[in-house]
Design a protein around this ligand. Sequence first.
Ligand SMILES: [Zn+2]
Length: 95
Amino acid sequence: MSYEELSYGRRVARKEHVCQSCGRRIRVGHLYSLRVYKYEGDFNAEKLHMRCDAELQLFSSEGYGDDGFNFSEVHEFIEEVLREYGHVSRERREA
Ligand SMILES: [Zn+2]
């Protein structure tokens, strides 16, 4: 298992792309993140909505995905985070 990040930055979409996390369109004129990396010897260019990129960064910052992941794991993690926040606000309302 080898992963090497080669470049990472924000771009403005000059043509439409498809977000690799949520599968929805990245529209022309919108910001997206572009991460170019080498994984197991293959080059990949990953394009994500800024929001989807933020989800991925939160996922990584919690220590997940260090040895590979797929986006469904990221989505499950984010759902869990949202459930926790929802739980907190419910408790606050009851207090
Ligand atoms: Zn997305």
